[in-house]
Ligand binder design. Structure first.
Ligand code: HEC
Ligand code: HEC
Length: 661
């Protein structure tokens, strides 16, 4: 069978050039400042598309992304990532009582033990950390942090604040209340969540993505263990092969265990089916903090139903229950976590089940002790976990807290809060709107679909399972069937996909529209109405490059400017195939990168180099861990531009330039 042609899809719209993206009014206003803002508002209101929005539904989504509870449990604070505010929610009255404006993109919260001050990280290329004095509902201090600051964590004595700088790949350590940054601690890749042991002696940091080559034996993200006293990483805890998209990490109240939520990708299998978690499974890994090692990884899916995109996690105060939000399937898992730990302990002390003559021979059982099979066991949680669907219309649960017997879930895509009672014979679930519902916009609808595993057969995955971080990369190689079987390709970012046809590294999809529709049919294995694909197109087209963390005051550094000249030089020839502003000529070549799974004569689509800093590993087969590898070990015969003549300094400058794009 010709697998490359199995799509049988209609040929879609022809490739087009750079298009002008729809501009959000908020962005325009904030960019122009207050005085010009009023003028801009009038102009915006004057344009037909916005009139009804201004009079009726607001244009602004809130996108609740983080939630914490006051120590007395009476109040919730909810950070709204696109609403640029923190909402104060009265749990007894079931309503929002205050709205506190913040700098753009508040996505992380930490509250002091006395409940008086709320720390908010506002994620941006130049992030801000703000302290809100809650009695006055006012920001009382703000100071700068790194690129895309997230997940603030307070030390037990309240004197230190740790902040994950996602795109600087480090953790900032701040002295409070002076706000002086004491140091930056480098971690592996895209730290997105952190948790401190109750004694304050270890900070565990979840790296969102795997690092290193994608064609290695073990490809997985790590949890970095920081000793705050030493101010450095003292251990990297490797998660099982295929672990990525780490979302949250939480330590049990007694400080014995940490739980990290993530996707467990079966990237070494061809993407022929979804049954039984063939492509992506969804997991939590439990870390034993006494021994500082991974205890095990437990799947959150069940045999015929995925629990896609595990995101926020929370322990109950007694440490008996763990709640995990499933952003892709709009439900929470309520887990008897003590039962899980007991079951794991039994497995690891038991000898592996003996091979019986009465049973068929099992390679797996013969080779491995039973506890190493847990990460493949889709029935491990039977009897230990309850899957609680959210009320219809509550979409994209990302943050969760447990207050007494109440689970509070913030739903990113519906601007709602779900309150679920634990226990009881007929536990209630309540949905509460956090604000007026804005009019649907195609890009936002598409973003929701992109993260929605209801588009997928049995809910195993969403587009975001492989394209996390706003349609970027997961760091894995996947053997998609569109270019034949047995030739895995490194994942591609969807940034600029619409401007740089064809799609896929072998260019097998002549348009991005075709790739989107093939994704629904042949990766999610469903049929969706045309509006869904159109909305996904709109979302992908709305993606904007994030400025590189290497820029200095928003501009190329001196080294990068020198590197730019190397890049532009006729001798290296880079700009011939990678001309700006897209940094691709949209053509395909053999640049000497054919690997062992490729066919002679394969030509690879010249990729854009925009956002190269966040799309490692490189080349179509993910065989280059770094840009340096692309230009040196992967280019031994100068077939990929001429690089052999470059001095060490020139090479460094060139790399600095490439990572600044
Ligand atoms: C199982 C993982 C996986 C899932 C799920 C997935 N993709 Fe992809 N996607 C990939 C890989 C891998 C590539 C690159 C393949 C290549 O280069 O040949 C890719 C490439 C693409 C491209 C082309 C990018 C370019 O510029 O060439 C588009 C568009 C795309 N995906 C859209 C989607 C959409 C939309 C969904 C959800 C309907 C989706 N993907 C789900 C793995 C996945
Ligand atoms: C003949 C055209 C051509 C020239 C000249 C060229 N490139 Fe490329 N470049 C490509 C192609 C094609 C690929 C994809 C190769 C692959 O995936 O195996 C690529 C891939 C890359 C990548 C990896 C991108 C990624 O996302 O994986 C980098 C970095 C890069 N080129 C930089 C350069 C630099 C720097 C130069 C000059 C020294 C250069 N290229 C010269 C065509 C070219």
């Amino acid at each position: 069978m010709d697998l490359a042609r199995h799509a049988g899809l209609p040929r879609e719209a022809q490739p087009h050039g750079l298009s002008v993206h729809s501009i959000r009014p908020r962005k325009v206003l904030s960019a122009l400042g207050p005085a010009v803002g009023v003028l801009a508002l009038l102009i915006v209101l004057g344009s037909p598309g916005f009139v009804s929005e201004a009079l009726g539904a607001p244009a602004q989504w809130l996108s609740p992304a983080a939630v914490v509870a006051a120590p007395d449990g009476a109040t919730l604070y909810i950070a709204c990532a696109t609403g640029d505010r923190v909402l104060v929610f009265d749990l007894a009255a079931r309503k929002v009582t205050q709205s506190i404006a913040t700098p753009p993109s508040p996505t992380g919260l930490a509250i002091t033990p006395d409940g008086k001050t709320l720390w908010v990280t506002c994620a941006a290329p130049k992030s801000e950390v703000c302290a809100i004095e809650l009695a006055r509902a006012r920001i009382t201090s703000r100071f700068p942090a790194g690129h895309t600051a997230l997940a603030p964590v307070l030390s037990p004595d309240g004197r230190t604040l740790f902040v994950c700088n996602r795109f600087h790949d480090d953790v900032g350590v701040f002295d409070l209340p002076s706000g002086k940054e004491r140091r930056r601690i480098p971690v592996r890749r895209e730290p997105v969540a952190a948790a401190l042991t109750p004694d304050g002696r270890r900070l565990l940091v979840a790296n969102h993505l795997p690092h290193g080559r994608a064609d290695a034996d073990h490809v997985a993200a790590v949890v970095s263990v920081i000793d705050p006293a030493l101010g450095r990483v003292v251990d990297d805890l490797w998660l099982p092969n295929g672990s990525g998209s780490l979302a949250d990490i939480r330590i049990s109240p007694d400080g014995r265990y940490a739980v990290v939520t993530h996707v467990l990708s079966r990237f070494h299998l061809p993407t022929t089916q979804l049954e039984r978690g063939w492509m992506n499974t969804n997991a939590k890994t439990i870390i034993d903090l006494e021994r500082m090692q991974v205890l095990n990884t437990v799947l959150l899916d069940t045999v015929d139903r995925g629990a896609a995109n595990p995101w926020g996690a929370a322990w109950s105060a007694d440490g008996a229950t763990l709640v995990v939000a499933h952003a892709g399937t709009h439900e929470v898992s309520v887990i008897n976590v003590l039962g899980v730990i007991e079951k794991l302990a039994r497995l690891s002390t038991n000898a592996p089940a003996p091979l019986s003559a009465a049973l068929p021979y099992s390679y797996a059982r013969a080779a491995q002790p039973a506890d190493s099979e847990v990460p493949n066991d889709l029935s491990f949680l039977v009897g230990l976990r309850e899957r609680r669907p959210l009320p219809e219309g509550d979409w994209g649960p990302r943050a969760v807290v447990v207050v007494g017997q109440m689970v509070c879930v913030a739903n990113y895509f519906s601007d709602t809060l779900t309150l679920l009672e634990l226990g009881g014979s007929r536990p209630k679930a309540e949905s509460i709107a956090l604000g007026p519902r804005p009019r649907p916009q195609p890009a936002r609808e598409g973003e929701r679909y992109f993260h929605d595993a209801r588009l997928c057969f049995q809910g195993w995955q969403s587009c975001a399972s492989c394209h996390p971080g706003d349609g970027r990369v997961d760091g894995f190689n996947w053997d998609l069937l569109n270019d034949g079987i047995g030739n895995p390709k490194n994942n591609k970012s969807l940034l600029l996909t619409f401007e740089t046809p064809p799609a896929m590294s072998l260019g097998v999809r002549e348009s991005p529209e075709a790739a989107v529709r093939a994704g629904i049919r042949h990766i999610l294995f469903t049929v969706q109405p045309p509006e869904v694909a159109a909305a996904l197109d709109a979302y992908v087209q709305s993606l904007k490059p994030v400025p590189s963390p290497r820029l200095v005051k928003g501009r190329l550094s001196a080294a990068a400017r020198r590197g730019e000249r190397v890049f532009q030089s006729a001798e290296t020839g880079c700009a011939q195939c990678h001309p700006g502003p897209l940094f691709t000529d949209l053509k395909s070549y053999d640049v000497g990168t054919l690997g062992r799974f490729d066919q002679p004569g394969d030509l690879f689509d010249t990729p854009t180099l925009v956002e190269l800093w966040r799309t490692a590993p490189y080349l179509h087969d993910g065989s280059a861990a770094t840009v340096r590898d692309v230009l040196t070990t992967a280019n031994p015969r100068d077939q990929h531009g001429k690089t052999s003549h470059l001095t060490a300094d020139q090479l460094n400058d060139l790399i600095e330039y490439l990572l600044s794009l």
